[in-house]
Design a protein around this ligand. Sequence first.
Ligand SMILES: C[S@@+](CC[C@H](N)C(=O)[O-])C[C@H]1O[C@@H](n2cnc3c(N)ncnc32)[C@H](O)[C@@H]1O
Length: 226
Amino acid sequence: MTHNEAVTTQFPDSPVSIYDRFTNLYDLMFRFNGYRSSMERYLRETPLRLPADARILDAGCGTGLLTLALLRVLVRPSEITAVDLSGRSLQTARRAVRKLGDSRHKVTFVQANALSLPFADESFDLLVTSGVLEYLPLRDGLREFARVLAPGRYATLRYTGHPDGLLGATASLLKWAEEQNLTWDVSPTPDGERWGSRLEIYETDPAEEPDMSKWTTQLAFRLADQ
Ligand SMILES: C[S@@+](CC[C@H](N)C(=O)[O-])C[C@H]1O[C@@H](n2cnc3c(N)ncnc32)[C@H](O)[C@@H]1O
């Protein structure tokens, strides 16, 4: 799939996005169908451990519903950059943020393609995106998102074998980190541990390698910031 085909919301040979055509309808519908409040509730229930003045990118912000939820929930001041292809959606988002009038945060709107973001590598501490990845070729979209994100520190282990062995591989990684006196990015909550990020990346395509005992999985657990 080429980048042009990938930007399915844009009319051919035109800067206009289909989201320019129904901006008001989208905004109205998603404000009142519970979507906006559900994002806000999720952010409240899953507090983000962010430093003051954290640089946040809302990739594909649309009419700004996720940006607004962040503004309502974040306790510390932040610098939010909200990007979208649709100029009309950006106008609506800009108006809504102005109306909220929260001067603790700095919000900048940029009209751009999420597949070629006009930002330097490692420009952001956090990237949020909602309802956008389905428009992008996943690999290209995630690669571009990863490019602009500042890296955290992870301890990783690559395991080759049947996925049944992943429990043992996880135990080995946890034990190794303890021996190295490494501290995980994890905190206790009444519902159990909450990790900053704990990934199992399945690297083998089952269509290419049906033998599960040959599958490779990478474990990547985030370490606490120093
Ligand atoms: C379903 S809406 C989601 C909007 C917003 N994130 C929300 O949660 O309400 C999808 C948005 O993605 C934007 N979009 C789609 N492809 C994009 C691309 N390649 N670059 C930037 N924005 C894109 C559209 O313009 C639209 O505003």
